[in-house]
Design a protein around this ligand. Structure first.
Ligand code: SF4
Length: 266
């Protein structure tokens, strides 16, 4: 598989039981197109949802382990079609062996592949990391650039990865639309789009720029712990009253509470 085919987002699984009374279930992921909600009402509802998620997940954060922008960039590349848990298990040895962009550019392919094998698609990812190191050395003096327009020119780096790096390594607000953010945006009726770039644009319209990074984390935490792709725990969801897709998952409070995970599926 060529490195260009390592996708930043994977498809959501369909979900599906009947909608709750009064809920308008429409498109993919249970989102509700055509509800007649005004832009202002949607913005108010969106911000209410965000406030409640902030209370529910006060410790929401990037779940990839890193200590430098380069480490986060590499970890995010490795997280494509993998889990943060698997990436975090592999990166301590990787970061120790490859501490700089120069090191990745000059890496021995077999050595690199062995270290990242547990993250999946390890040949394509090793190829990407060598090219990434080379591009950083050749075009950016070995440093990770701080601008989205520059980040997305790097091998294996799309908008999601660029926004993760900007938001978490550089403190520049960014909305990282991964599989969870996309799915929840649709279920919550904040976007009707499948295209992550369009979802990002819809969310950017609804939320203050300063909230973008934490919004991404809170949606991801909610997606991993409660609003699962296959069995969302609607009956135990703190934002259920503002969610047009309420009812796509378990609505019985006791049964739903059993579906909620405390650590999330990483
Ligand atoms: S778990 Fe919550 S956010 Fe997800 S579909 Fe159900 S009510 Fe909506």
């Amino acid at each position: 598989m060529p490195s260009s085919e390592i996708r930043e987002s994977v498809a959501d699984a369909p979900s599906g039981t009947a909608p709750a009374r009064g809920a308008s279930r429409g498109g993919r992921d249970g989102a509700a197109p055509g509800t007649g909600e005004s832009p202002l009402a949607r913005k108010r509802r969106a911000r209410r949802i965000h406030r409640v998620l902030a209370e529910r997940y006060p410790d929401a954060h990037c779940e990839l382990d890193f200590s430098t922008p380069l480490e986060l960039l590499v970890a995010t590349v490795l997280s494509a079609q993998s889990t943060d848990r698997r990436v975090n298990a592999a990166t301590p040895a990787l970061f120790a062996r490859y501490p700089s962009a120069q090191a990745y550019a000059g890496a021995t392919r077999a050595d690199l592949e062995e270290l990242i094998r547990p993250t999946g698609f390890f040949r394509a990812k090793a190829d990407t990391l060598v090219k990434l190191g080379d591009a950083l050395v050749t075009r950016f003096g070995g440093e990770v650039p701080r601008r989205l327009a520059e980040l997305v020119t790097l091998p294996g780096v799309g908008r999601k990865t660029a926004n993760v790096v900007l938001g978490n390594a550089f403190g520049v607000p960014g909305i990282a639309v991964d599989t969870h953010v996309g799915r929840l945006s649709r279920r919550l009726g904040l976007s009707r789009h499948d295209d992550p770039v369009k979802v990002e644009a819809d969310l950017a319209e609804l939320f203050e720029r300063r909230d973008w990074t934490m919004l991404s984390h809170r949606l991801i935490f909610h997606g991993r712990r409660t609003c699962h792709a296959r069995r969302p725990a609607c009956g135990a969801c703190p934002v259920a009253r503002w969610c047009p897709a309420f009812g796509v998952g378990e609505t019985d409070p006791v049964a739903a509470a059993r579906l909620v995970t405390t650590e999330g599926r990483r």
